[in-house]
Design a protein around this ligand. Structure first.
Ligand code: IMP
Length: 176
């Protein structure tokens, strides 16, 4: 599906940069004096992570994990599988998940339960670049959000289709 696709820009590079700066300022204010550990969900959030952490003016500790709910297909399997557990101790700490997009909410609601019940974190919040609220099947919303988008399959700025297009500087929808 990655051959000969037609992409149309939805959110440009400048708009992303401005929003990321703004989110960084809000997160900096909210987490002052806390024990902030960002947990980035690989791979979709890597580009967003790199930009947002540089806009958080606090001693952030960065951690990573990998989960899968989607294969190369563009529909949800309805469950998640932890492929790589978080690589830093998080018990009793203030965890901020960095995610690329909240779609059905399956991934984040599973992660919320995992971090609160099994990892015993002090606080659990979500910072997502994008949100597709019309697709939600779980009751979960990002605490910090870049942009809300309509129900299109989107790529770029970390988001992929068949593992391609993560390196685009803007966010595009696949039109055909
Ligand atoms: P959820 O569990 O349904 O909320 O799905 C979350 C994951 O699905 C995201 O972290 C993405 O990896 C993937 N995903 C959902 N929608 C899109 C999209 O439009 N483009 C690329 N990946 C998507």
């Amino acid at each position: 599906m990655t051959e000969n696709v037609v992409l149309e820009e939805m959110i440009g590079e400048l708009a992303i940069a401005e929003r990321v700066k703004e989110l960084g300022r809000i997160i900096t204010a909210d987490y002052a004096g806390k024990d902030l550990v960002t947990v980035s969900v690989l791979k979709g959030s890597v580009i967003f992570t790199a930009d947002i952490v540089r806009n958080i003016d606090l001693p952030v500790e960065m951690a990573f994990m990998a989960v899968s709910s989607y294969g190369d297909a563009t529909s949800s399997s309805g469950r998640i599988n932890i492929r790589m557990d978080v690589d830093r101790p998080v018990a009793g700490r203030d965890v901020l998940i960095i995610e690329d997009i909240v779609d059905t909410g399956v991934t984040l609601s599973s992660l919320r339960e995992y971090f609160l019940k099994e990892k015993g974190v002090r606080s659990f919040k979500i910072c997502s670049l994008l949100d597709k609220p019309s697709r939600r099947i779980k009751n979960i919303n990002p605490d910090y959000l870049g942009f809300s988008v309509e129900d299109h399959f989107v790529v770029g700025y970390g988001l992929d289709a068949g593992n391609k297009y993560r390196n685009l500087k803007n966010i595009c929808k696949i039109v055909s």
